[in-house]
Structures are given as C-alpha cells and as structure tokens.
Design a protein around this ligand. Structure first.
Ligand SMILES: [Mg+2]
Length: 243
C-alpha cells in the first residue's frame, strides 16, 4: 500500500450519474454517508468498474422490462465492501438495445434508478453509471455510429476518469465477458472475469499464448472478485495491459 493513501474529501452534495453524453442519475448525499473519503494514488482515485448485465444484475438478454432487473446474489455486499473502503464504484455498460429499438434511454435510466434502490437496501451504492446506447449498424442517426464509448473501446472509462479523477492504471474492471477484459486492457486496467452471466462460456476463450489479453483473475462471482481486488490493490500497475 506504499503509494496509496486515504484522503479526506468532504462530500458536500450528492453525486450525479451520467451516460456518455450527460447526466442521468443522482445519488443523494444521505446515501454517501460514511463514504467521505476516497482511496487515492498520486494520480487519482482508485475505482472498480463493473459491467452491468451478468455481473451485477441477472443477464436476461436485452433488459427491456423494469421488473426483470434483479441483483445477483452477493452483488450488494460486494459493492458495499468497496464503498466502505473508499473505492469508487462505477458501472460501464453497453446498451445497444436502445439503438436496436428494443427499449428507450428512459427505460435504461429507470433500470439504473431501480438498481440503485436495490443496492441502497443492502447499504451499497454506485458512484456513477455510464451507458453506451449506440451501435455501429443499428438505429437512427442518433444511435447508429462508430462511437468511442461502446466497449471494448474506452470512452466510458476515460470519461469516468476525467469526471471523477480516477487513476485508471491502478483501477479494475470486472465483467462476465472477454470483451470486458479486453476493455480493461485497452484502458490500462486490470480485468477480472466472473463466472456469472456469460462467464462460464466466455472463459473458454482465454488463450494460453496471449496473457496480455487475459484476465488477471477468474472469480466465481462478484463478491469473490471484489475480495481479490482489495487484496491486490497496492501491488502495482497492470503489467499485462496492452495500451
Ligand atoms: Mg455482461
């Protein structure tokens, strides 16, 4: 933990959540109580980024009905654990269902409100939620584009780093697909794969000859992933990143 330290940063107001182009979610100050400090390196805050579907909540294909939003077992506890340690918690999720016309951005925002409510019941919160509504081939002119935010590109990570002063080189991304792991590598972060969601199938894609594109850790679920992260923090930068 030599280059990491705790800085007291008073939280004056709530924190706004955002998509790639603007704000969409507000975490009230009351929820942030007990989290008035952040774990820092000399280059910024330490964060754990999460994929959403199959990682924090149940993978249901395209989540188009609010009532289908369901936290995975242990997810609330895992996020609360990070909240208590002053580690930023940020979701980065591709939601091309918007571009595909399967649901609206309004639905995505409502799902995220419901997600925060479900986490609140477990004493946990996400500092911000970023989503990419685009797709390179689907949708009208608003959504059909080769954007910079769609994973495995790093637009959402970079925006989060700017918005919240995050040191990506000392941060982590946990997801259930190799695309999430690739995103982590592209952002110079450590990538961890969980076996929930598509994870069990996705780990079959791990290549024995290409450690640079592989996860630094395979975890059965989010809680196990987070426990590993908190032990790993302070051990150094990601040597495997392929920036
Ligand atoms: Mg996923």
């Amino acid at each position: 933990m030599s280059s990491l330290s705790l800085f007291a940063i008073p939280v004056k107001t709530g924190i706004r959540g955002a998509n790639s182009s603007g704000n969409d979610l507000f975490v009230p100050r009351s929820l942030l109580r007990g989290s008035s400090f952040f774990l820092m390196t000399k280059n910024g805050r330490v964060a754990v980024f999460f994929d959403r579907d199959g990682t924090i909540i149940k993978e249901v294909g395209y989540l188009s009905r609010l009532e289908d939003m369901e936290l995975l077992p242990g997810a609330g506890r895992a996020i609360r654990f990070l909240n208590q340690k002053g580690i930023m918690t940020v979701v980065v999720t591709n939601q091309s269902g918007v571009a595909r016309g399967l649901f609206s951005e309004d639905l995505v925002r409502k799902v995220h409100e419901r997600l925060q409510e479900a986490l609140q019941k477990e004493g946990a919160f996400l500092n911000r939620i970023y989503y990419c509504p685009h797709h390179p081939e689907h949708g009208d002119e608003r959504y059909r584009k080769n954007c910079f935010c769609r994973k495995p590109k790093t637009g959402m990570l970079k925006k989060a780093a700017r918005d919240m002063n995050i040191d990506l080189s000392r941060s982590y991304l946990i997801g259930d697909t190799m695309k999430d792991v690739e995103t982590a590598g592209n952002g110079g972060m450590k990538g961890i794969i969980v076996l929930s969601g598509y994870g069990k199938e996705e780990v079959k894609k791990i290549e024995s000859r290409n450690p640079k594109k592989n996860p630094v850790y395979v975890a059965s679920d989010l809680l196990m992933a987070v426990r590993w992260v908190t032990k790993d923090i302070g051990k150094g930068k990601n040597e495997n990143s392929h920036r």
